[in-house]
Design a protein around this ligand. Structure first.
Ligand code: PMP
Length: 461
């Protein structure tokens, strides 16, 4: 059987004039790197990206949710330039700088929780996850870590071990780190037989209690790590009882609750952090992506007494909290205030949700439109009754057709059958509508033929 990459790399031709670049990419870059599009970027601004042929695209991917303040926000660019003139790197362990401290001050201020907080800065989301696990283990003196099915936490060994999807992330990379336990995440659209959508959270909490009975004594568990809304897992929003249920369990057993807000954070869901919707305060939180406005910056922020459990020298790294990335992040914090991006995220979310819900009614193959704030998705199915996922080749063709017509959009989910929007929060209504019009034109032309008993026709009458 061909691997995902073999099939997808060869699927569609590169946009006009870019095939030479594509050949060079194939000749010199490992095939292990997947591509959502075959667009070679030339420049980008706000919610728009241009390829090397000057073709314009609405960017509803935002570097996989990294550009909530948009491409090349002038304040971010100015801050980076200004910092670049002063110094590029000293290593925080060698000669600390104020930018790092200021980012931590901001993080401790915006992170939920009415208690003293501290933070540490790193470069990638995976590193933030690794460090959160280290901190929780050191604080509790315990080893076990609970993570959830369908989660994505990164590609380093511990983050990969925590990730709850086998292919393609974990496939062939074992052995994984020990003492990691997985439990189901509530998936209201795809509950096990006999469990209704509104009981998805209760079911998941029951399974977690069962895990504690049969697999690991909760007294041995250092931390639970959870995405408040699944990102790569397909923008699955848990039922409202789930996160409070986790909080209770963690409190009862002395377990550190970690929210991975790498994809959901910085306004994506209409609040600064997605956990705020459930009113649940985690002990630690991992942040990355949109924090750096396009530069690599991540962090762990949380209860000071937990963060300080690690002895000096126990955490850090050469590049963590790089001065340029810190300067960019400080600009990001200003932009959120000045441009009221949380309000904007809510407005963009409403705009997208309205259209997505209409498509859910109109197209048979839209199994579910769901999301939180500007984190909106469509789960596509071959047949609404069985919920059989729309096959990979059709998903690929949707993405390709969108790109052809000038829209960059991503898929996600266990079966890669979820279209997700991560449009920058600085996108205008007009840009959002323009992107949605392109998507609608592609979906309207989609014919899912009943050729194997699993696929049905596309348009609801
Ligand atoms: N956690 C979550 C929730 C993510 O979505 C991602 C990236 N998609 C990561 C961790 C890993 O981040 P990075 O790719 O920066 O290591």
């Amino acid at each position: 059987m061909k691997t995902l990459n073999e099939r997808t790399l060869k699927h569609s031709p590169a946009p006009g004039g870019q095939s030479a670049l594509w050949s060079r990419r194939e000749a010199s870059v490992s095939r292990a790197l997947y591509h959502y599009t075959r667009i070679f970027a030339d420049r980008a601004k706000g919610a728009v990206l241009w390829d090397t042929q000057g073709k314009r695209y609405l960017d509803f991917a935002g570097g996989i949710g990294t550009l909530n303040v948009g491409h090349c926000h002038p304040r971010v660019v100015a801050a980076i330039k200004e910092q670049a003139e002063r110094f590029l790197h000293t290593c925080f362990h060698v000669a600390p700088y104020e930018g790092y401290v200021r980012v931590c001050e901001h993080l401790t201020k915006v992170a939920p929780g009415n208690f003293p907080k501290k933070a540490v800065l790193l470069s990638t989301g995976a590193e933030a996850v690794e460090n959160a696990v280290k901190i929780a283990r050191r604080y509790t003196g315990r080893e076990g870590i609970v993570a959830f099915n369908l989660s994505f936490h990164g590609r380093t060994l511990m983050a990969l071990t925590l990730t709850g999807k086998e292919k393609p992330y974990r496939d062939g990379f074992g052995p994984y780190a020990p003492e990691v336990y997985h439990s189901p995440y509530p998936y209201p659209y795809r509950t096990p037989a006999g469990v209704s959508a509104d009981k998805a959270g209760a079911y998941a909490l029951e399974r977690l209690n069962e895990l504690f009975e049969v697999k690991v004594d909760p007294k041995r568990v250092a931390a639970m790590i959870v995405e408040p809304v699944l990102g790569e897992g397909g923008f699955v929003v848990p039922t409202p009882d789930f996160l409070p249920g986790l909080r209770k369990l963690c409190d009862r057993h002395g377990i550190v609750l970690i929210f991975d807000e790498v994809q959901t954070g910085f306004g994506r869901t209409g609040t600064m952090f997605a956990g705020e919707h459930a009113g649940v305060v985690p002990d630690l939180m991992t942040v990355a992506k949109s924090l750096g406005g396009g530069l690599p910056l991540s962090g762990v922020v949380g209860k000071a007494k937990i963060m300080d459990a690690v002895s000096p020298g126990g955490l850090g790294g050469t590049y963590g909290g790089n001065p340029l990335a810190c300067a960019a992040a400080l600009a990001v914090f200003e932009i959120f205030e000045e441009e009221n991006l949380l309000k904007r995220a809510q407005a963009i979310g409403r705009l997208i949700e309205k259209r997505f819900k209409a498509w859910e009614r109109r197209f048979d193959f839209v199994g579910e439109a769901r999301g939180l704030g500007a984190m909106q998705a469509l789960e596509l199915v071959a047949e609404p009754k069985t919920k059989a996922p729309l096959p990979e080749d059709i998903m690929r063709s949707i993405l390709d057709q969108c790109a052809d017509r000038g829209l960059i959009i991503l898929k996600a989910g266990l079966y890669n059958n979820v279209l997700r929007s991560l449009a920058p929060l600085v996108a205008s209504d007009q840009e959002v509508e323009e992107g949605l019009d392109i998507l609608e034109s592609v979906l309207s032309g989609l014919r899912v033929k009943a050729n194997n008993g699993h696929r049905s026709s596309s348009v609801k009458r």
